[in-house]
Design a binder for this molecule. Structure first.
Ligand SMILES: [Zn+2]
Length: 393
C-alpha cells in the first residue's frame, strides 16, 4: 500500500526534530534522531536500500534509493524544524481542520517531505516503465547552517556513498514555494562584531570607556553601508541587490555601570556568485577605513556562510518541473526568493538544483504553523509525475 500523505505528515509532525539553532538544547525535543529513526522505518517498509550519515551526535542524514534507469533524480527535504517557543498551538499534535494541517514543521518542511515520501511509495508500487532512479535524501541542520546538505553533497562528490553511486542529474529541494519553481536565491553570511571599553561606576563616567558609544559609531557606518554601498554591489533580475542588516545589539550590565563590552549580530545577504567570505571582508575593510583607529572593534569568525543558488545550469530542470506542475494545475512559475535553502550545497558539486514544494513561506516558522492539504496533495502529484517521467521528456 502506498503511503497516505495526510497520515504521513501527521506522523512526521508528531515526531519532534527541533534544531536548537545554537541556543540552549536542554529538552527532549531537540535534534533530528527520532525523525531519522522514523524515516528509516518508512524506507525499510518500502523495501528501499538506505544509508545514514552521522553529521553530529543525534544528527544523521538519511538517504534511500528507488532504482530505475540511469538518470538519477534526488528529492531532498530537511528533517529539522525551528524551535517552538511562543507557539499558540500544540506543536506536535497535528490537528486537521478547515482543510489545513497544523503543527510545527507542517509547512517547513515536513509537508514537502511527506509529499515526496508518498510519491516515492507510489512509484515503488507502480514501477512505471522507463522511470528514472529516485533518491530520497533527508538532511539535518538546514535551519542553522546547512551542514547536513553540505556533508551529504561532499559524500556524493567523493564517491563515498553506498546509495548515490554517481553525481545526480538533478536535485529538487523541498521548501514552501506555493508550488512555484525557485531557480535562484540569495545566500547569507552572519557574524558578531564586538566593541570593548572599560567599566566603572556611572557616577564617574569620565573614568571609564563606554563600549556602547563605540558601537554607536560602528552602527552608524553600517547604516551608511546598507544605504549607500550594498546597493552598488550587484543586481540579480529575480533577487534584486545584496543587503545588510543588524539584527541584535547587546551590551551593558546595569544602568549605573559604564559598559565595557557591546556586541551586535550582522546578517549580510549575498547574491548567487558572491563569495560570502569576501562579502564579509568588504564590510570589515569598510569599517576599518571609516572608524577612528581608537575604536576597539573586533570581528568574530562567521557562524554561517552560505552562497546563493544561481540560475542557469538548472534551466532545463526548471522548465521540466514548471511544465509538470502546470499540467497538474499548480502555478509552476519560475521565481527567485530571498531566503536560503539546502540547494547551493548540491549546486556546488555540479548538480542542477531547483526548489519546489507545497505551502507558503509566510506560514513557515509561525506560532500557528499550518499547511493547506490541497497544496500537499498537488505536490504529491507533481513529484510523482517527475519521478515517473524523468527529465528531458
Ligand atoms: Zn525549510
Amino acid at each position: 500500500m502506498p503511503l497516505d500523505v495526510v497520515e504521513t505528515l501527521r506522523n512526521l509532525v508528531a515526531t519532534p526534530s527541533v534544531n536548537p539553532m545554537g541556543q540552549d538544547d536542554s529538552g527532549d525535543e531537540f535534534y533530528e534522531y527520532r525523525m531519522t529513526d522514523r524515516l528509516e522505518r518508512i524506507f525499510s517498509e518500502m523495501g528501499l536500500p538506505f544509508e545514514r550519515q552521522e553529521v553530529a551526535p543525534k544528527r544523521s542524514n538519511i538517504v534511500a534509493r528507488l532504482d530505475g534507469n540511469d538518470q538519477v533524480i534526488v528529492f531532498e527535504a530537511h528533517q529539522d524544524t525551528v524551535p517552538v517557543n511562543g507557539m499558540t498551538i500544540p506543536p506536535w499534535e497535528p490537528n486537521v481542520r478547515d482543510g489545513r494541517i497544523y503543527g510545527r514543521g507542517s509547512c517547513d518542511i515536513k509537508g514537502g517531505m511527506a509529499a515526496m515520501l508518498t510519491a516515492v511509495s507510489r512509484l515503488a508500487e507502480d514501477r512505471p516503465a522507463g522511470m528514472p532512479t529516485i533518491v530520497m535524501a533527508c538532511s539535518v541542520n538546514e535551519e542553522h547552517g546547512y551542514s547536513g546538505a553540505t556533508n551529504m553533497a561532499s559524500l556524493w562528490d567523493k564517491g563515498e556513498s553506498t546509495i548515490v553511486l554517481r553525481k545526480p542529474d538533478a536535485v529538487i529541494v523541498a521548501e514552501p514555494t506555493l508550488l512555484n519553481v525557485v531557480v535562484a536565491h540569495k545566500g547569507v553570511v552572519r557574524w558578531h562584531i564586538h566593541t570593548a571599553g572599560r567599566a566603572c561606576h556611572s557616577s564617574t563616567p569620565h573614568l571609564g570607556d563606554n563600549a556602547i558609544y563605540h558601537m554607536a559609531r560602528v552602527l552608524q557606518h553600517l547604516e551608511e553601508y546598507a544605504r549607500d554601498v550594498a546597493p552598488t554591489l550587484g543586481e540579480h533580475r529575480l533577487l534584486g541587490g545584496p543587503t545588510i542588516s543588524v539584527g541584535i545589539v547587546s551590551g551593558g550590565i546595569s544602568v549605573n555601570t559604564v559598559p565595557d563590552a557591546c556586541v551586535i549580530e550582522i546578517d549580510r545577504r549575498v547574491l548567487p556568485g558572491e563569495d560570502p567570505l569576501a562579502a564579509r571582508q568588504h564590510v570589515i575593510d569598510y569599517l576599518a577605513a571609516k572608524l577612528d583607529e581608537s575604536v576597539p572593534v573586533t570581528h568574530d569568525d562567521p557562524y554561517i556562510a552560505s552562497g546563493g543558488l544561481a540560475d542557469g545550469t538548472n534551466a532545463e530542470l526548471a522548465a521540466t518541473v514548471s511544465r509538470v506542475a502546470s499540467d497538474q494545475d499548480s502555478p509552476g512559475e519560475l521565481i527567485g526568493v530571498p531566503y536560503g535553502t539546502d540547494g547551493p550545497a548540491f549546486d556546488a558539486i555540479g548538480c542542477p538544483t531547483i526548489v519546489f514544494g507545497p505551502g507558503s513561506i509566510e506560514q513557515a516558522h509561525t506560532k500557528d504553523e499550518w499547511l493547506a492539504i490541497e497544496q500537499l496533495e498537488k505536490a504529491v502529484e507533481v513529484y510523482y509525475q517527475i519521478g515517473k517521467l524523468g527529465l528531458g521528456t
